[in-house]
Design a protein around this ligand. Structure first.
Ligand code: CP3
Length: 354
């Protein structure tokens, strides 16, 4: 099934935006910019709205999702919105008990560690995604010509929370499952790919103009283990979008060692963390537009240091077939939001010659 007729890429509303042009590798004079975790605790208007409602509950209130998703667009003038939601939402909608503990992250009531645990995971009823469809439709209508980015967690990243029962330093239990019981791992990762893929597809069908898969913890695997036990499942998540012509972005931390493999998994754009200079990322994946990679740590420095670093990122990204400016990971909650607004102004005011 192709994109619906009223989709912003079909009506032309977002088709020629700087974001979409850059994701397609077309020339733009000023780089587009958005920030991972741009909606969130760095914004006082977010903290005010979220004061009385738990994170995951807020994600299931379409009006609230729209408002929170739009906050950074209004405040910073970024070139894209990303849906206010979370990678654990599809698990929650399938009926898995999970909450987000402030300052910690997702915590599951029942960690998934055995074959029986995996087989007991409930299927995601497609109707359970209606709340996400409504939230996206409402958000896209409010955004007008600003494109919305859909997202989902890659199976290894989502599964590492399920297996641990919460955040972990090095995803040790999930990595052990791959080696100790590869069949159970495979069944779990397939479940994650199904629910994440359905979540991603629902967002795009409802009006998102691009999609990003957060393979955030992929860098804790060596190349061969990633290729064997994680990559096929990431590819399945991306393949949930088959038939829907939107750019697909892959983001991970510490994934420079697999950039060359990403295009074959279906990624059209590579999200680069702050550790890999964009010129090096471009050498590793020469035909692919890049996204990134301002070091989130610089946001706490004086403006001249921030501006210097942003210029360096623009310079290094210039040779790539397209460059969407972003951070190398999410906005730290302690960030002064005015710094983000100034970065947007600086990026928009700088002409880059490829
Ligand atoms: O980027 C955006 O603005 C869009 C929304 C978004 C959220 N989570 C909102 C959120 C996105 C894309 C995510 C993805 C996500 N969630 C990932 C992958 C991206 C990454 O950071 O690598 C992961 C691993 C999660 C799981 C998760 N959810 C964590 C680790 C946390 C942080 C916990 C904390 O308090 O520090 C969350 C909570 C979360 N997700 C918040 C937001 C705005 C903060 C909730 C709050 O207000 O307390």
């Amino acid at each position: 099934m192709p994109l619906p007729e009223n989709h912003p890429l079909e009506t032309g509303q977002t088709r020629d935006s700087a974001l979409l042009r850059s994701y397609r590798g077309e020339y733009v004079t000023a780089r587009p910019v958005w920030f991972m975790r741009q909606a969130g605790r760095s914004l006082p208007e977010y903290r005010a709205l979220r004061a009385d409602i738990p994170m995951l509950q807020a994600c299931l209130e379409p009006e609230l999702v729209t408002e929170i998703t739009l906050q950074p667009v209004r405040r910073h003038g970024v070139d894209a919105a990303i849906l206010f939601s979370d990678i654990v939402i599809p698990a929650l909608l399938a009926g898995v008990e999970v909450e987000i503990v402030p300052g910690r992250g997702p915590v599951f009531a029942h960690p998934v560690r055995t074959r029986a645990d995996v087989h007991a995971l409930p299927d995601l009823d497609p109707q359970a995604l209606d709340v996400i469809r409504r939230a996206v439709a409402l958000t896209v209508a409010a955004l007008g010509t600003t494109p919305l980015i859909a997202f989902a967690g890659a199976p290894f990243t989502l599964a590492s929370y399920l297996v641990e029962g919460g955040p972990s330093k090095d995803q040790l239990r999930a990595r052990t499952m791959m080696r100790a019981d590869p069949q159970t791992w495979d069944a779990l990762a397939r479940w994650c790919a199904r629910v994440s893929g359905a979540f991603l597809r629902a967002q795009v069908e409802s009006g998102a103009s691009a999609a990003q898969v957060f393979d955030s913890w992929a860098g804790s695997l060596d190349r061969e283990t990633w290729r064997r036990h994680a990559a096929p499942h990431t590819a399945r998540t991306i393949a949930a979008l088959d038939g829907l012509a939107v750019p697909r972005v892959h983001f991970g931390l510490g994934t420079a060692g697999v950039y060359d493999l990403l295009p074959d998994l279906g990624a059209d754009v590579i999200g680069v963390d702050w550790r890999t200079p964009l010129d090096l990322a471009h050498e590793r994946a020469p035909r692919v537009p890049l996204q990134g990679n301002i070091d989130p740590a610089v946001l706490g420095a004086d403006w001249p240091a921030v501006a210097d670093h942003v210029h360096d990122v623009l310079r290094r990204g210039a040779a790539a077939p397209g460059h969407v400016v972003n951070l190398g990971h999410g906005v730290p909650p302690s960030t002064d939001p005015d710094v983000l607004t100034r970065i947007v102004e600086l990026v928009h005011a700088t002409e880059v010659r490829g």
